[in-house]
Design a protein around this ligand. Sequence first.
Ligand SMILES: NC(=O)c1ccc[n+]([C@@H]2O[C@H](COP(=O)([O-])OP(=O)(O)OC[C@H]3O[C@@H](n4cnc5c(N)ncnc54)[C@H](OP(=O)(O)O)[C@@H]3O)[C@@H](O)[C@H]2O)c1
Length: 324
Amino acid sequence: MRAVLCKAYGPPESLVVEDIASLEPGPGQVVVKVVAAGVNFPDTLIIQNKYQFKPPLPFSPGGEAAGTVLRVGAGVTGFAPGQKVIAFTGHGSFAEEVLADASRLLPIPSGMSFEIAASFVMTYGTSYHALKDRATLKAGETLLVLGAAGGVGLAAVEIGKALGAKVIAAASSPEKLAVCTEHGADAVINYASEDLRERLKALTEGRGVDVIYDPVGGGYSEPALRSMAWRGRFLVVGFANGQIPSIPLNLTLLKGCSIVGVFWGDFVRREPKASARDLEELMELLHQGRLKPLVSASYRFDEIAQALNAVLERKVTGKIVVTP
Ligand SMILES: NC(=O)c1ccc[n+]([C@@H]2O[C@H](COP(=O)([O-])OP(=O)(O)OC[C@H]3O[C@@H](n4cnc5c(N)ncnc54)[C@H](OP(=O)(O)O)[C@@H]3O)[C@@H](O)[C@H]2O)c1
């Protein structure tokens, strides 16, 4: 089978596509024939040895995929060859076959395309865990989403609306902000050309925002936190900008607010029942038409460098996928 391989850590150009042996499932495992794999920012980090999870070399990157069950290992119940499934694997999905523990599989709901199925779980799972479990976002509260047209950002915009919040989306271009509006944002801020604090002050009539969702980091985090309302919650989701900001802790005292970490991968591992419940609730929201995942482009395996560079160069809206 063909697989994208990371044989030595480096930029996207250092990845190769090679023929390797087919995969055999161990006990409790399933081999899935990949139809589409979702691309996420962590895929750009894992190949550079900059991610929390460090699979031994060589490995295939790719945190999630959708396809059909090919082979089932001993003791697996509930999945059979030919069944359409989502696999959230952490790595290994940029390949014609991916190995997953059965606990990391979900049946694809009827009517959902392989492309959407391949790009739903990680971003929506992260944003739902962040907003519902970590921030306890309530109807009527104001939510600010930074990097709002990206993968986790756009999911946060839609989930924020589904939970009844007023959503302010911040991103770096008019085109990206138009996508945020199409996906439900009530107000938008171009943080590349406008003053974030001034705009937030005007949009909230000086009150500030209740919840901040930050997957970007760098220079936006502190001005956002300075725009927090009393008892607000600041969600630390990621550092796509590349810089981990240092925050003056007195700001939390002055605003009676919390800074809350979000680590979806470990949430799934440590709290499997809660994570499974979240995914069921998300599938229900999707079924009701309240979530509209956006897949904006599709690349082949031999275009993997272009796909990952599009992420690194801030060119992606919503999600992109790669297909064998
Ligand atoms: N905590 C968790 O459990 C968890 C789970 C999944 C992902 N994450 C993290 O969340 C972050 C976003 O992931 P994603 O998959 O949503 O990525 P994405 O689709 O690429 O979105 C990231 C957004 O960040 C903004 N950005 C600002 N500076 C950037 C830069 N130098 N390079 C790239 N993007 C930049 C871009 O928006 P503008 O151009 O509008 O600024 C972009 O849309 C990553 O740091 C990722 O590791 C965390």
